[in-house]
Design a protein around this ligand. Structure first.
Ligand SMILES: Nc1ncnc2c1ncn2[C@@H]1O[C@H](COP(=O)(O)OP(=O)(O)OP(=O)(O)O)[C@@H](O)[C@H]1O
Ligand SMILES: [Mg+2]
Length: 329
């Protein structure tokens, strides 16, 4: 079958702003479920996971950016394939640039954050706590004299509980508390710690080849139907990770300057500068910023995977998704 694959330039992004995917409603598949970024339908033991173009910042949906969902979905696909030997994952296959067919798991109630660098300004970030004088953070002892954005001697695992309900926030928790509160069985938690370190090491190596530092990242795990530890959700995307430009990191760090972010941070900064941090009405993202975000996300995809980001634009994205979903019935 002949299909039109298109390389995405700035003009194409601008033209596609009104086509950005805000949600995918397809009642024939049953009830639509949605998180901040994804919509999904459950069919038997399968989850049809649709990554929309919705943008979330400060735990709120604040707009859409064209092609963002496809980048996130295709990048996760790349990483799931590259890490299969470390841990089983939920991916069965991709049925559209925005859709992944996954096995439905029982999600574990913790998010597993691995950090190779000390940074961040939110309540769960280790730089925030360290700069306020704490030295035992997430049950881990940190040495004196660390500076913002510094590389840690060895990556640390800083779990959080998963926020429940709309607008809920994740809370820091220690490994000991996870066991004590029986959030995760001890043998599974030990397995998670090992797997998370190995995933982070693999991620760091592959990102470096693409010119990025994987400063930190978040993993979500679940148990499959037969109780097997399974990596779920997304992996090593610019939404779930901090990606810094390697080329300028050392120079900037030495001078005490901020690093160059290629992740969600660009959006957080823009909103913060306008006084928005999750409360009240979010300011509308201007087209110029949408173009910048889409361009950055595609650049990340291309540098990490070594492949061009191409997409079929013969049919408008929403229509294309619905057409591809109809084949799953
Ligand atoms: N295979 C799976 N089995 C069960 N749950 C899954 C699986 N894969 C992903 N999930 C869950 O599906 C949801 C995906 O939606 P989404 O990413 O929009 O959620 P969110 O966490 O609210 O948003 P954000 O990523 O902005 O924090 C998450 O709650 C995630 O934990
Ligand atoms: Mg999520």
């Amino acid at each position: 079958m002949l299909s039109v694959v298109t390389m995405i330039d700035k003009k194409t992004i601008l033209e596609n702003i009104p086509e950005a995917i805000d949600k995918i409603a397809y009642p024939k598949l049953g009830r639509r479920n949605s998180g901040k970024v994804r919509d999904w339908y459950i069919r038997n033991n399968l989850r049809i996971l649709i990554t929309t173009d919705r943008v979330s910042a400060f735990d709120k949906v604040v707009g859409t950016v064209p092609f963002r969902g496809a980048v996130l979905n295709k990048l996760s696909q790349f990483w799931f394939e590259k890490t299969r030997d470390i841990v089983a994952n939920h991916m069965i296959g991709i049925t559209d640039p925005n859709v992944m067919l996954v096995s439905e798991c029982q999600a574990l109630p913790v998010e597993v954050i691995v950090r190779g660098h000390i940074t961040g300004v939110t309540q769960t970030s280790i730089w925030k706590m360290y700069s306020e004088g704490q030295r035992i953070i997430y049950g881990i002892k940190f040495p004196e004299g660390l500076v913002k954005n510094q590389k840690l001697k060895k990556p640390v695992i800083t779990p959080t509980t998963r926020a429940t309900g709309p607008g809920g926030h994740d809370e820091p928790i220690t490994a000991a508390e996870i066991i004590k509160k029986k959030l995760v069985p001890p043998n599974i938690w030990r397995q998670i710690e090992k797997v998370a370190r190995d995933l982070f090491e693999r991620g760091t190596k592959i990102c470096q080849k693409g010119g990025f530092i994987l400063a930190d990242t978040k993993y979500e795990f679940g148990l499959s139907k037969n109780g097997k530890l399974t990596l779920i959700d997304e992996i090593h995307t610019p939404d779930s990770s901090r990606l810094w430009l390697k080329k300028t990191y050392r120079e900037r760090f030495k001078k005490g300057q901020e690093v160059e972010n290629y992740d969600k941070e660009i959006m957080r900064i823009w909103f913060k500068e306008r006084g928005y941090s999750g409360k009240g009405k979010a300011p509308e993202i201007p087209d110029s910023l949408k173009v910048q975000i889409a361009t950055r996300y595609m650049e990340v995809y291309e540098k990490i995977t070594g492949e061009k980001f191409i997409i079929d634009l013969k049919v408008p994205p929403k229509e294309r998704i619905l057409e591809n979903l109809s084949m799953l019935i």
